[in-house]
Design a protein around this ligand. Sequence first.
Ligand SMILES: [Zn+2]
Length: 380
Amino acid sequence: MNKNKILKEFIDRDFFELPKKSFDCLKYSFKFGWTDDRVEDPYPHLYICNKTSVYDKFLIGKTFKFNYLILKDEIVKQIYDGTLPKHKLKSLLNHIKILYDAFISIVIFPERNQTVFGDTGFISKNMTDFLLETKFDIRFFSLIGTYFSAPIWTNDFRKCTVSYRRQFEIKYNDAKNMSSEKFNDKVNEFMPSSASVYTKKVQLGMLSTKRAQNLETIVYCCPNCKKFFSIYSERNCIKCNNCQSAVELLENGDIILTKNVHNFDELNDFQYKELSKLKFTNKPIISYPTANLCTVFDNNSINIIGDVKLDIYQTKIQATKNDYNKTIEYHDVREIEFAPSNTLIIYLSDGNKIGFVGKNKENLYIISDLFKNFKEKTAL
Ligand SMILES: [Zn+2]
């Protein structure tokens, strides 16, 4: 079978996707740093990339001269969690063998999610065991600059210069002699460590006059006076309506004019530390009158509930609307993920999912931190 036929056939199947070549990246002011230096690859590889923005998979196509397919996000998550049914996994590995024999490369973003502050997430052992089973040589690859082009906390695009970095390679012949644990360690060691650090190192800033816009959807604690939910954003600054301080977000992601934090990572650690100090109370930490809610059941049917009143407590979330009343206790939750466009996805232990979409400036990010804090405390 020829390559084009295989590519066409495989894109239509469950596992893979190929972003349209015609995707109009320029519309969003991406400037490419590799115009004369696109990656050629005579041999098929498995490309492992860190996930820094929703555009990575579109932009990566601009760097490759060879044929490749991207493993779908949904499948990546199921491999990561170990929830991909055995028969599907077997079928996926068969597909991969056909692609390998046809010299078609595969791109995988092996993290479960894009992280809020650009750090690379941990790659699970389920995922690295899978990588080993593909029998490909593995190349580590990162796109640089995309993180600030579309941070998870905004719908606004920023101009950015995108570049890439090819990093390490692990040959299958070396990897196959490693223990499962050792291979997992190696992959996590070789993954690009932080999108914001790379961005800074190569001086690719976020070129925008509204850099801090919507930042209050993830910053819930003032880095100056430590008051909760007092932050609002204005162009390049976050401001506090309690202490009246203004903190500017610089192009490289640093933060000036505060004694407590200097950059994104510190800001995140700082507010989490303050959250962990909160005394236990039966009252909601915050209530939102207008958050949007949809329920996704385990058969993937979606039920849109619409606008709900959302009360966020230290141990649970309550959503109410007329005769609809849903309480989500954190001990019934497996995982909470904060996704782009101010969306929160709650994975319940019974296999169901519930999604919240912030409509205005709701700080839904605090829910994932409250859940983390609850897990840490109840694990003691
Ligand atoms: Zn303040």
